[in-house]
Design a protein around this ligand. Structure first.
Ligand code: ADP
Ligand code: MG
Length: 242
């Protein structure tokens, strides 16, 4: 079942009289229970695409659908019912003055029992709930932002470089957690990263972006084994080289 999709999305910014086109005729589909990876070098338009999908930014043209319902032009207060963003800077996504428990409670009307259940599911313990964000490690804070998203029952998580600020071991743990919660909660995930190796580990399908254009799209195994675009080959070579 197709849960989220976009048709012919376009977005142009003007930076000091110079036009930048981070989205050019972009189409995408996200299916129920799927993890879709979006990869590409810095500046290729990945974050812009997530901002447009989430309604933080509006596309200049094109259409967005949740199931069969068009939601183009709706902001985060509306889209928050079916999708949630998780950002690279987990610390910055929480109010620094609030305890974690208060932050989690503000975003949802769930019982304390449900909050405890989700805290356990993301691999955290109760005692961390009394802390403020700066008294958590980067990995713990990112797990808290995943917990907050799960408590909203949004169904779709949009993850923008969520492991980029973490050390390698913690990165692997957070990635493993995404797989676990996809299975447990039956959610769908878009995972944006500049790191093709990481994306190819857990994604069912991959989209490759370059200069605002989707240059390749397909099942992960196929994109890795038989890349059809020269740019994807370059990204693959850079993995093999390290
Ligand atoms: P990525 O996430 O792939 O690194 P972005 O989507 O952040 O790429 O950016 C794509 C291009 O759009 C870049 O050239 C960036 O400078 C430009 N851009 C992104 N957001 C804005 C904005 N709010 N105003 C002007 N230009 C922007
Ligand atoms: Mg980005």
């Amino acid at each position: 079942m197709r849960i989220l999709s976009g048709k012919d999305l376009n977005k142009t910014y003007v930076n000091r009289d110079r036009e930048v086109r981070p989205l050019q005729h972009v189409n995408f589909e996200l299916h129920q229970g799927e993890i879709l990876g979006i990869v590409g070098e810095s500046g290729s338009g990945k974050s812009t695409l997530l901002k447009v999908i989430s309604g933080i930014e509006k596309p200049d043209s094109g259409k967005l659908y949740h199931l069969e319902n068009e939601y183009t032009g709706q902001g985060p207060e509306k889209t928050g019912k079916f999708l949630r963003m998780i950002f690279q800077d987990a610390y910055g996504s929480f109010d620094p003055r609030m305890s974690m428990e208060r932050s989690l409670r503000e975003g949802s009307d769930e019982s304390r029992e449900e909050i405890m259940r989700v805290i356990g599911e993301v691999g955290l313990t109760e005692e961390l709930l009394s802390r403020r964000p700066r008294h958590l490690s980067g990995g713990q804070c990112q797990r808290m932002s995943i917990a907050r998203a799960l408590l909203s029952h949004a169904g779709v998580l949009l993850c923008d470089e969520i492991t980029s600020a973490l050390d390698v071991t913690t990165q692997a743990q957070v990635i493993k957690l995404l797989l676990e919660i996809r299975d447990l909660e039956k959610i769908s995930i878009i995972l944006v990263s500049h790191d093709l190796a990481l994306v190819s580990m857990i994604c069912d399908r991959i989209m490759v972006m370059k200069d605002g254009v989707v240059v390749e799209e397909g099942k992960t195994e196929k994109v890795i084994a038989e890349p059809s675009d020269e740019y994807t080959c370059k990204l693959l070579d850079s993995i093999i080289a390290v």
